[in-house]
Design a protein around this ligand. Sequence first.
Ligand code: NAD
Length: 278
Amino acid sequence: TSSPTLTFNDGNTIPQLGYGVWQVEDDVAEKVVFQAFQAGFRHIDTAKIYGNESGVGRAIASSGLSAEEIFITTKLWNSDQGYESTLAAFEESLERLGLETLDLYLIHWLQPKQDKYVDTWKALIELQKRGRVKSIGVSNFTIEGLQRIIDETGVVPAINQVELHPYFSQPELREFNASQGILTQAWSPLGQGGELLEDPIIAGIAQKHDATPAQVVIAWHLAIGNVVIPKSVTESRFRENFDALNVTLDAEDVEAINGLDRTAEGTGRIGPDPAVSD
Ligand code: NAD
């Protein structure tokens, strides 16, 4: 099995299922990313702030896989926002990853009070023009933030990576992204492995498909068109997560999971709200 790919508005493609490494120590990242490649993952999601770009880079180097066979994302940290500082931070990330060019670079958070994201976006546009990075996008951007960078530069991000799981399924933002040709990428896709994986609706669908709850949640992300990057450092679990590619939900299952959204109750979100967090 290999992951299906989705096509960005710039013509490049991204494997729809990837492997995230937030909260993974550098030396552990080296081990688990190597194992994740063996399990079939080809898309890795890291960030400067995760402190494990070097470990990811060592795993890439020892994997025997060529740059063309893998897809690597990293992210610009908040304190590096601004035009010149972004250009410098990008080269440092690439150095740690041991890569010649990057597949996808994201602005990690909007940071509305800092208000440097337009200049930061201009730096990403420049990096793409120079051929240093193939595709550019954002993370934790609101509709307003997206609209502003599009209006001020004319360049539409390839992707917007946001908190998204069945309890916080972001229908409005997904619709806006789609209307602009921006792919939606789900972070904390399993709801960080808490209550969601015990949910009785998910459990029922899992039983019906002879799948696990984590596989059902990943299959839901794939069915609604998200790029999805579940995290686990346990090999049996991340192999299970990769095998979610073989689980196909029925339309009624997707509808039932859509119905779990808790946005209206205000209890769905786990992480900070990008509109205010700075
Ligand atoms: P997640 O939703 O992927 O949940 C991970 C947790 O779920 C694991 O630690 C484990 O406890 C559990 N789990 C995983 N697979 C399981 C399985 N098969 N069975 C049972 N339990 C299982 O949470 P996450 O790590 O927050 O998000 C995934 C990735 O998204 C991160 O690693 C990172 O790459 C990215 N991310 C990005 C941002 C951002 O601001 N852009 C923020 C958070 C996460």
